[in-house]
Design a protein around this ligand. Structure first.
Ligand code: SF4
Length: 238
């Protein structure tokens, strides 16, 4: 039987000490976990992709001491990345954060349904990135830079919706990658799956030399989509 990884081995690539947009309705900090096997064309954290990169963030012990000093001043800690569900230390870290009295948020691309299911009972809110229509394998492959990942995301979406955990499905809209028809199909897929918290967000690639320019969702298309699916929302800052 494998021994659960201790929180101390969480590979922390960075810390954002304060945010109001990464966990809706909460004052939160974000810890960025090192490592992601995807290579999304618009990734704004490419320095977090390499799992073997020496993490640039604080140790878990330092982060924990920092959190203790923020008890009563912060509501939540969000685990983001990279892809935090792939770090074996995530469950232990989530438990410790809860024990300190904070709510736990999780950002995930849903690439491992098994690992997501394992941590859903430890999460108070999940932001699931859905990057392309899940029935459009070719487009999903193109945007994520890996082949055949869409079925796993669909399974993660179903697990999240079944779990009862508060959530948001988020889609980054780069208008040259996710054209109007594809975005429309994606919104229909999410609505059919039963998602009721769906947000479109702008694309703000930060990677130098990525060749990607920032884009916003088209407000007119958003308005049309919202007529079909009233829960749809749009975020102007990502
Ligand atoms: S899933 Fe997230 S961290 Fe991973 S490559 Fe895509 S945008 Fe970057």
């Amino acid at each position: 039987m494998s021994v659960p990884a201790a929180a101390a081995s969480l590979r922390i690539g960075g810390l954002q000490p304060f945010t109001t947009i990464d966990y809706p309705g909460a004052l939160a900090a974000v810890v960025f976990v090192q490592g992601c096997p995807w290579r999304c064309l618009y990734c704004h954290n490419p320095h977090l992709q390499g799992r073997d990169t020496v993490p640039a963030g604080p140790s878990w012990a330092t982060l924990r001491r920092w959190l203790v000093r923020r008890q009563g001043r912060l509501d939540a800690l969000v685990f983001s990345g990279g892809e935090p569900t792939l770090d074996p230390a995530l469950p232990a870290a989530m438990r410790e954060v809860r024990a300190l009295g904070f709510r736990v948020g999780l950002h995930t691309a849903g690439l491992s349904p098994r690992r997501l299911r394992a941590v859903l009972p430890l999460a108070d809110w999940v932001g699931l990135d859905v990057k392309a229509p899940l029935a459009d394998a070719a487009l999903h492959d193109r945007i994520t830079g890996v082949r055949g990942a869409a079925p796993a995301v669909r399974t993660s979406l179903e697990a999240l919706l079944d779990s009862g955990v508060a959530y948001e499905c988020r889609t980054t809209v780069h208008t040259s990658l996710l054209e109007a028809d594809a975005l429309s199909r994606l919104v229909d897929e999410l609505a059919s799956a039963g998602a009721r918290h769906v947000v479109l967000q702008p694309c703000r690639p930060l990677a130098a030399g990525s060749g990607m320019t920032p884009t916003q969702p088209d407000p007119r298309q958003f308005a049309d989509l919202q007529v079909r699916f009233p829960p749809l929302a749009m975020r102007t800052a990502a």
